[in-house]
Design a protein around this ligand. Structure first.
Ligand code: ACO
Length: 154
């Protein structure tokens, strides 16, 4: 498996991570995509978006269902952290639904720290309610990672 930039993200993977076409359309052309390739096939990918000064966000990350839980998501997250740090970002952010306990644990294992809740994000911005395991996914859990221990000299 090799992770490298691509200009042609998998649409299937984009919608696997974010079921709102309008949401994906909002950020896809402004983001850079890095994909995990097995041969010529994309098995996972993430989008990195420059959101505000010194800050980037992983706005979309997904792995093909048949390839999940084999470490590809972790490898993509570590790649995103290295990429953002190498590009001089000071903060890396990620957000997911409050019902995504597996994803939240994965992000925390990679070093992200919970920093807030965007209340009713999915009710406000998604066309229909989202349910996982019978529980409505209402809020977005926000996580962040400081990429510098100390503020670098200007
Ligand atoms: N249920 C339970 N645990 C999960 C889940 C889940 N649905 N998803 C991730 N995890 C956690 C578990 O801790 C798991 O560890 P375990 O297998 O030892 O129990 C660990 O993540 C798996 O780690 P990896 O194998 O490195 O991750 P994977 O290759 O499976 O990729 C990903 C993780 C990207 C979340 C994948 O499950 C996926 O594509 N899910 C569907 C799309 C999605 O939800 N994307 C994230 C939305 S948020 C956003 O895009 C910013």
């Amino acid at each position: 498996m090799e992770i490298r930039p691509t200009h042609t993200p998998s649409r299937e993977l984009l919608l696997l991570a974010d079921e709102s076409e309008a949401s994906v359309a909002d950020y896809v052309s402004r983001s850079r995509c890095y994909a995990a390739f097995e041969g010529d096939t994309i098995v996972g990918q993430y989008l990195l978006l420059h959101t505000r000064p010194f800050t980037a966000e992983i706005v979309n990350i997904a792995v093909m269902p048949a390839r999940q839980r084999r470490g590809i998501g972790t490898a993509l997250l570590h790649h995103a952290i290295r990429t953002a740090r190498a590009e001089g970002f000071r903060l890396l952010e990620i957000g997911t639904g409050d019902c995504g306990t597996g994803q939240i644990a994965l992000y925390e294992r990679c070093g992200f720290v919970r920093c807030g809740i965007d209340r009713d994000y999915f009710r406000k911005h998604y066309p229909a309610p989202i349910f996982e395991h019978g529980v409505e996914c209402r809020h977005m859990v926000r996580l962040r990672m400081e990429l510098f221990e100390e503020r670098p000299a200007e």
